[in-house]
Design a protein around this ligand. Structure first.
Ligand code: ADP
Ligand code: MG
Ligand code: ZN
Length: 470
C-alpha cells in the first residue's frame, strides 16, 4: 500500500519598500558593500526604539485582499526569542497570535495566514576559520505566508509557489526572485497510510522551483522507505544538499513554545479597520487584475491558446503590449489571434537580441491590419517586423521601401478580374442593371479561377473599380 504525502508550505518574501521594517535605513537588496544600510535600531543596540513601516503593512494587506483572505481588525507584533549571530537582539520581531491576514486561497490551496516580520542579517561562512555578518538585510520587511497542509504532490506545491511569485510581482510588493533570496520556500512534508497526519519534516533553504520539487520528492521517498523498514520519522528541520541532491538533518525541530513569543512592548498595536487607507474601497483601486483572472480572460474571452496566454501572464512586458494591441483590435478575434501569434513567436525571438526593441502599439496594429488585408504576405510581415524592432518605423513605409507589398498579386488580381468580366458579360449587365448579388457571383468565379489564392476583399474592390471604369 502506498503512503499518502502531505505538504504545507511556508513562503517568505522580502517586501519592496523604501526603508526597512522598523527603522529609516534604506531597503536595498542590491547593495553590494556590506554594513552600509545600518543604524542602531537594525544593529540591535540596546535602547534603540523601532517604529512600524506603514508601506510594509499595506503590502501585506494588499496581498491578503488579493488572496481573498480576512484582514485582521486588530494586529500586533511579537518577539520571537532565539539566539543566533544574525539576530543580535536575541529575538526577531514577528507576528504570532494576531497576523495581519488569515485564511484566503490561491490555486484552490487554503492559506492559513500571512504575517509580517523582519529579515535577519546575512552570514558568510566561506572565508576561513571565522564567519562574517552583513547587516544590510537585517530588518528588511519580510512577509511570511503559511498554507494549510492540503497539498499532496511536489508539482502542485511548485505551481502554488510560482503563482504566488506572479501575484507578488503583479502587486508590486516584492521582486520575489528566488535565486536572489527575495522569495524563500520551506516545505513541510509528511507521509501516512491513514487519514491522520504523519510526523512532519521541514525542509529549508530551497532556492529555486526545481529544488523545491526535488526536495519534496526526495523526502516523500525517504520517509516512505523509512516507515517501510519499520523506523520512525523524527520531527526535524532539514536542509537541501545541492551536490548530493538530498536532504540532510540540520536540527531537531523546536516547537512554538520554545520561542517564548510575547507582544513587543516597544511597538504600538494596530487597529487596521480604523485606518481608511487600508480599506477595501481604497485598496481595490491599487490591486491590479490578478494573474489567474488574466489567464482566464486571455484564454476564455479572447480565445488565446494556453501556451501563448502563459507567456502573456508571466512576461509583463509582452503581456501589457498584447493587452494594448488587443484593445485597439477590440472584438476582432481573428486579428487578435494573429497579433498573439506574431508576438509570441516572432517578437519573442527578435527580442532575444538585446539591441532590438518592442515596436510601438500603433505600428504593430498597422502591421496586423496589413496582414489581415493580405497587403503583405506572412513572410513579408516577418521581415517588416524585424526592421520595426531593429530600427523602428511604420510598416507600410518599410514595406514600400523594401518592395514587400504584394504588388504582383495586385496586378494578378486585376488580370483575373478582367478575364472573369470578359467571360461573364451577361452577369455584368445584370449587375449594372442593379442586381447586387451578381457581384457575389463574379467574386465566386474569381476565387475559383485563382484557386482561392487571392484576397476576396481585394478582389471585390478590384471588381467594383473595373465595373465603375467601363
Ligand atoms: P509549526 O508549529 O511546527 O511551525 P504549524 O502547525 O505552524 O507547525 O505548521 C507549519 C507548516 O507545516 C504549515 O505550512 C502546515 O501546513 C504544515 N504542516 C503541519 N502539519 C503537517 C503535516 N503533518 N504534514 C505536512 N505539513 C504539515
Ligand atoms: Mg512555523
Ligand atoms: Zn536601520
Amino acid at each position: 500500500m502506498k503512503y499518502i504525502p502531505t505538504i504545507g508550505l511556508e513562503i517568505h518574501a522580502e517586501l519592496k519598500t523604501r526603508s526597512k521594517m522598523f527603522c529609516g535605513c534604506k531597503n536595498d537588496p542590491e547593495e553590494k558593500s556590506p554594513n552600509v544600510n545600518i543604524c542602531p535600531i537594525c544593529m540591535a543596540h540596546p535602547g534603540a526604539l523601532p517604529a512600524i513601516n506603514k508601506e510594509a503593512v499595506k503590502h501585506v494587506v494588499k496581498t491578503g485582499r488579493a488572496l481573498g483572505g480576512a484582514i485582521a481588525d486588530f494586529t500586533e507584533f511579537d518577539r520571537k526569542n532565539y539566539f543566533y549571530p544574525d539576530i543580535p537582539k536575541g529575538y526577531q520581531i514577528s507576528q504570532y497570535k494576531y497576523p495581519i491576514v488569515s485564511e484566503g486561497n490561491l490555486n484552490g490551496i487554503e492559506i492559513t495566514r500571512v504575517h509580517l516580520e523582519e529579515d535577519t542579517a546575512t552570514s558568510k561562512h566561506d572565508r576561513g576559520e571565522y564567519s562574517l555578518l552583513d547587516f544590510n538585510r537585517a530588518g528588511i520587511p519580510l512577509m511570511e505566508l503559511v498554507t494549510e497542509p492540503v497539498i499532496h504532490d511536489a508539482e502542485t506545491a511548485v505551481r502554488f509557489a510560482k503563482e504566488l511569485q506572479l501575484l507578488l510581482r503583479y502587486l508590486g510588493v516584492s521582486g520575489a526572485n528566488m535565486e536572489k533570496g527575495e522569495m524563500r520556500v520551506e516545505a513541510n512534508i509528511s507521509v501516512s497510510k491513514t487519514d491522520s497526519f504523519g510526523t512532519k519534516v521541514e525542509v529549508k533553504n530551497l532556492n529555486s522551483f526545481k529544488v523545491v520539487e526535488k526536495a519534496i520528492e526526495y523526502e516523500i521517498k525517504r520517509q516512505s522507505e523509512k516507515l517501510e523498514r519499520g523506523e520512525k520519522i523524527v520531527q526535524e528541520t532539514r536542509g537541501w544538499d545541492e551536490d548530493r541532491e538530498e536532504t540532510f538533518s540540520q536540527r531537531e525541530k523546536e516547537s512554538s513554545h520554545d520561542y517564548r513569543y510575547f507582544p513587543d512592548p516597544d511597538l504600538p498595536k494596530l487597529k487596521l479597520s480604523e485606518l481608511s487607507e487600508f480599506s477595501a474601497e481604497v485598496l481595490k483601486k491599487e490591486i491590479p487584475e490578478p494573474p489567474w483572472d488574466k489567464r482566464r480572460r486571455l484564454t476564455e474571452i479572447l480565445g488565446i491558446k494556453n501556451e501563448a496566454a502563459e507567456i502573456f501572464v508571466t512576461d509583463s512586458r509582452l503581456g501589457n503590449f498584447f493587452d494594448e494591441v488587443a484593445g485597439k483590435l477590440a472584438g476582432r478575434k481573428e486579428a487578435i489571434l494573429l497579433a498573439s501569434n506574431y508576438i509570441t513567436s516572432d517578437i519573442t525571438s527578435i527580442l532575444k537580441n538585446e539591441d532590438n526593441n518592442i515596436p510601438t502599439v500603433d505600428s504593430f496594429v498597422s502591421l496586423v491590419k496589413m496582414l489581415e488585408e493580405k497587403v503583405v504576405s506572412s513572410r513579408g510581415a516577418k521581415d517588416i517586423l524585424a526592421i520595426m524592432c531593429r530600427e523602428g518605423g511604420e510598416p507600410n513605409k518599410i514595406a514600400e521601401k523594401g518592395g514587400l507589398l504584394q504588388k504582383s498579386d495586385q496586378s494578378e488580381i486585376i488580370l483575373i478580374a478582367k478575364k472573369i468580366l470578359g467571360d461573364n458579360e451577361k452577369v455584368v449587365a445584370e449587375f449594372k442593371a442593379g442586381k447586387e448579388s451578381a457581384l457575389q457571383y463574379l467574386i465566386g468565379q474569381g476565387m475559383r479561377a485563382s484557386r482561392g489564392s487571392v484576397n476576396p476583399q481585394m478582389l471585390k474592390k478590384t471588381f467594383l473599380y473595373l465595373l465603375k471604369e467601363n
